[in-house]
Ligand binder design. Structure first.
Ligand SMILES: NC(=O)c1ccc[n+]([C@@H]2O[C@H](COP(=O)([O-])OP(=O)(O)OC[C@H]3O[C@@H](n4cnc5c(N)ncnc54)[C@H](OP(=O)(O)O)[C@@H]3O)[C@@H](O)[C@H]2O)c1
Length: 231
């Protein structure tokens, strides 16, 4: 199989690091971003022992100039996969209790910056089989929201889905597949120790979805098990 290259944004730990491991295990080359150079010992060790398969770049989604600078640095690359994984949560805090600064940070990181990344890197995507994947959440489903928990976080992911659809709809003659992904409830710093899935289980399923859907050139919302998630 021809060499494939992925850019994983937000790979220092949790699902992002798991995605990098899963991709490398399947023979992909991976450019993995973190926001603090010198941190993320797991990713650093993986890169050092990867025979050049994993390369680390720096990107903080809160700094829009860093997104454009990275796109410029990587302008000679052809990407088979762009996976925007990074995200934050404000937990279960209610709108009235959240500071305006925290809400702004939530929506910049989870909603606006991922689309900025997609726009900045779209010209580097491989025509036909290229995949742009956004790490959404089952909580981003409006129609499945029966419990009303973590509503600010959920809304940031619903809005991400909406902007992702707009991005996909505006692709014109660029032949790409665009995915909104729900990874399941996963044992990470964000998901907590009681979550149902290990990082490995979730990431295996998520990359199965990416590889299966490549070339379909549509936008869909999928779980780690490949099932369609209601919008
Ligand atoms: N775990 C779950 O059950 C679950 C369920 C549904 C969806 N998700 C989504 O899956 C994604 C990964 O979650 P996780 O569970 O792996 O969370 P996590 O363990 O808290 O990791 C979050 C990742 O996002 C990065 N990040 C946060 N803010 C960033 C910024 N401004 N710029 C660049 N990177 C930034 C973090 O980097 P630092 O190390 O620098 O902080 C870290 O790599 C998120 O989008 C999350 O919303 C998770």
């Amino acid at each position: 199989m021809a060499e494939r290259t992925a850019l994983v944004v937000g790979a220092s730990r949790g699902l992002g690091l798991g995605l990098v491991k899963e991709l490398v295990g399947r023979g992909w080359n991976v450019i993995a971003t973190l926001r603090s150079p010198g941190t993320a010992s797991g990713l650093t060790a993986l890169a050092e022992n990867s025979d050049g398969k994993v390369r680390i770049e720096t990107l903080d989604l809160e700094k829009s100039s860093e997104i454009d600078a990275l796109a410029k640095r990587l302008s000679n690359e052809t990407l088979d996969l762009l996976f925007v994984n990074a995200g934050i949560s404000l937990g279960r805090i209610k709108a009235a209790a959240a500071t305006r600064e925290d809400v702004a940070r939530l929506f910049v990181t989870n909603t606006v910056a991922p689309i900025h990344v997609a726009e900045a890197f779209v010209d580097l995507m491989r025509d036909g089989t290229g995949v742009i994947a956004m790490m959404s959440s089952g909580l981003g489903s409006v129609s499945n929201n029966f419990r009303g928990s973590a509503d600010l976080y959920s809304a940031s992911k619903s809005a991400l889905n909406k902007l992702t659809r707009g991005f996909a709809a505006g692709l014109g003659d660029r032949r790409l597949t665009v995915l909104s992904i729900s990874p399941g409830w996963v044992r990470t710093d964000m998901g907590g120790p009681n979550a149902m899935l290990s990082v490995e289980e979730s990431c295996k399923g998520v990359i199965n979805v990416v590889e299966t859907k490549a070339g379909t050139r549509a936008h869909g919302f999928y779980g780690h098990d490949g099932a369609t998630v209601a919008w």
